[in-house]
Write a protein that binds this ligand. Structure first.
Ligand SMILES: Nc1ncnc2c1ncn2[C@@H]1O[C@H](COP(=O)(O)OP(=O)(O)OP(=O)(O)O)[C@@H](O)[C@H]1O
Length: 233
């Protein structure tokens, strides 16, 4: 089957500044890929290009099928109830029923008629995931979706995302700063540095993974990010 994400020789510049420089990336159907890199290295720029939000590029960035994206901020419309936020743009006669099913999947079955501003950060992010999933995306782009959450909520979200991914099997590209998050969730971890993919780590550990099981690989990924664990400790 063709790769749902196929990037070849991608280059992106803002004025004189090159932000992505000759990026190649193939993501297989149902594959979970995490993208790590220092602040400003071009991660969100790559995601925005894949989402079709930025088309001024050189090279090739082809995404096949349906694409959904979720951001660090849930970006819910405050004047629409939760279920309407999820059903927005679906153009299905049974939009409410579809939204309710999605809310059950993200374990918020009782929040269909809530207003977004009454939700906690974690709940709002789960609504955002439900909104992304009702489109049954072939490609799910996640731009630091757990970055603004507290540590406990983040753990719960990891389980939820892994569960949803296993059930729906979209190809996933997750942008994160959290090395453990990347190693716990992804089949493959990429390190982006100054607009280039400088390292690739295949994570062959069985699922569900535990934090203890990723320790060894964490050291190697951190080294690619320029962090010496011994000195940092
Ligand atoms: N619209 C824009 N115009 C000009 N420069 C931009 C624009 N968008 C992003 N940049 C620049 O491109 C570089 C990469 O930004 P990007 O948001 O992709 O980084 P990032 O790796 O996602 O960073 P972070 O981890 O902090 O979110 C940054 O230097 C940023 O200032």
């Amino acid at each position: 089957m063709a790769s749902p994400v196929s990037v070849r020789g991608l280059r992106k510049a803002f004025g004189a500044r090159t932000v992505l420089d000759d990026v190649d990336l193939e993501i297989a159907p149902g594959e979970f890929v995490a993208l790590l890199g220092r602040s400003g290295c071009g991660k969100s720029t790559l995601l925005r290009i894949l989402a079709g939000l930025d088309r001024e590029i050189t090279g090739q960035a082809v995404v096949s099928g349906t694409v959904s994206i979720a951001f660090q901020q849930p970006r819910l419309l405050p004047w629409r109830k939760v279920w309407r936020n999820i059903a927005l743009g679906l153009h299905k006669p049974d939009g409410r029923a579809v939204a309710l099913r999605a809310l059950e999947e993200v374990r918020l079955p009782d929040h269909a008629d809530a207003w977004p501003l009454t939700l906690s950060g974690g709940e709002a992010q789960r609504v955002s995931l439900a909104r992304a999933l009702v489109r049954e995306p072939d490609v799910l782009l996640l731009d630091e979706p757990f970055g603004a959450l507290d540590a406990l909520t983040r753990l719960a979200m990891h389980h939820l995302v892994e569960d949803l991914w296993a059930r729906h099997q979209p190809a996933v590209l997750l942008v994160t700063h959290d090395v453990d998050e990347a190693l716990l969730l992804a089949d493959r971890v990429l390190v982006l540095d100054e607009g280039r993919i400088v390292a690739t780590h295949h994570v062959d550990l069985p699922r569900p993974r535990r934090r203890a099981s990723v320790v060894e690989q964490r050291t190697r990924v951190l080294a690619d990010l320029g962090v010496d664990v011994d000195t940092a400790a």
